[in-house]
Design a protein. Sequence first.
Length: 246
Amino acid sequence: MFTSVKKYYKLLTVAAGCAVLLSAFVLAKKQYSNPDFGKTFGTKAATAQQKLQTMNNSFELCGSICRSSKLFMQSIVFPEVMRFNELKDDIETESLRTLYVQFGKDYADFSVGLFQMKPSFAELLELNAKRLLTDSMYHELQLNYQSSDAATIRSERIKRLQDADWQLIYLTAFICVCNELYKHKTFNNETEKMQWYAAVYNSGFDKADRYITKKITEENFYLQQGMPGKKFRYAAVAKWFYLTNF
């Protein structure tokens, strides 16, 4: 009898757990599909969108290289542009730049610039671009360096990351690399593809597909300034921007 009771309560516990997870999923889906979801960000969303719009011509030019629309590209980095704080970024970069240049990413790896790219991201992107892209595409992006000295290259890389035009080049290279990495992956539509690329951008294209799938549904992105402790789904925020401006 006691065995039966234990099994009964175990089943109740499992059922209750599933109900909680289901409720959380439904609530999250409702939250991120709500047309007013963007109001959560206050003026951050409007400011970020205005900043991206000033770069429309550059996005269109780069979009022709990586075979993507400017909206597709902008959506991937939109969450980062909302989070970007120029004053904080300058102070942090200057304080960590010397460590990175001298010792590398293992000693200092930090978000830089409008699209909040890390030196480790740029390094991995450069390696993958050299490995996966055609020679003509690689040279068109001009990712190579004139020097072979590691410290000199790291110094040049930081200078690039502090420049908005160079960040756009890196974003273009990122999409080109993703196009190669996921050329056999099937997406139901451009929105789903954009969400996948956004999750990869946020997590790293050295991660397995299973990890990226998990990140798409996971609330792990902080806006930080003015929103301490509140998390968002990076890919969902990118999707909101994409559908709002489609």
